[in-house]
Design a protein around this ligand. Sequence first.
Ligand code: FAD
Ligand code: EPU
Length: 350
Amino acid sequence: MKTLEHPSLKSLNTFGIDATAALLLTIETEEDILSLPAFDPRKDFMLGAGSNVLFVSDVPGTVFLNRISGKIIIAEHDDQTQIEVGAGENWHQLVRWSLDQGLSGLENLSLIPGSTGAAPIQNIGAYGVELSSVLEQVTAWDWQQSARVTFNRDECRFGYRDSVFKSRQTDRYLISSIRLRLDRRFRPQLEYKGLRKALSSEGIDRPDPMQVSDAVIRIRQQKLPDPAVTGNAGSFFKNPVVSMDEAEWLCSRFAGLPTWPASADRAKLSAAWMIEHCGWKGVCENDAAVSSQHALVLLNQGQASGRQILALSAKIAKSIEQTFGILLEAEPKIYQVPEGSQGPGSGSRT
Ligand code: FAD
Ligand code: EPU
């Protein structure tokens, strides 16, 4: 376990926000967890690769940085293989490693930034697939009980960009590893708009898993700004989920608003379309901006603070509410210690 006092967090979050912490503690093994100090959710923070967090304030306590590594095949049954992966492993490298092993199931989730341990937090999803479709088990440290615990898939209570870890039991568990069930027999999932087309345009009608992964990578590189070039956390807002009736009514008022079925009786609306419709695409205030490549992505174009990005997001949300009557919900974790409680030991989280 490594420790560093008063670190800058700028290189540890993809928004590139220049926040600091009192202490950075890097967890490198499962054994390290047993000697960790207590976690105080009012002033400490658990960090993976920082690709889904906006630091609006400094962290007055300790940042617990998860770098537990390791990938092992633990069981093989007929056409399926179970693997166990350390929380600190890079997600995209895991996807490509699994494909190299002849295992499929993760190809649609290629190039999502971040650590493997954070993947269950919001049940990462892209191109028609969510983590929940392959996840078997999560192993975590329960800060409240000081005990190692496991969750099966049902216990994770996965939803769209949601899990028990994100909403019901926020900050209670430090995820140390996850177990996935992957396929040896490929079952392509090409329903997401644009994916089959991207493959056909390459002359590929019966793709293998690696070809699907490559196509997803190409689409993502065209659509989304690269955080290594301009700071961002991917989609800043979730796509709103409403009743079918409300979706129909909105579509009758706003021709062209894209909607998709979210369940038997709910529909998902395109937040990007609504933001673009309200004229926000490409808008820049100080160094906080709305990407001109994708309206759902907020950018730090240089020296923006977390507060400036949050202020821009609030203006966008207000205009969407006024125009569509829809409340947008932020997707990334907004880390903010209230004014006046910045000192170690006195912080609290909103
Ligand atoms: P962090 O940002 O470090 O943390 C996110 C949250 O998880 C925080 O609340 C943190 O406290 C908590 N956390 C992190 N690790 C642990 C742990 N081990 N134990 C307990 N809590 C933990 N997401 C999608 O779902 N689909 C996409 O297509 C997608 N595309 C993206 C594209 C770009 C360009 C970017 C920048 C982001 C994108 N994201 C996407 C969001 C992000 O990649 C995922 O949410 C990712 O899982 C975050 O991983 P992380 O390690 O960076 O988490
Ligand atoms: N659109 C616009 N303007 C834009 C961009 C998109 O009007 O600037 C419209 C287009 O009509 C397009 C539709 O929005 O057809 C949907 O766009 P896209 O396919 O890019 O998907 P998204 O809904 O914007 C979601 C996820 C992404 C994920 C992709 C692919 C959320 C909040 N975002 O984006 O996840 O990669 O689908 O599955 O669900 C993330 O979570 O950070 C993320 C990037």
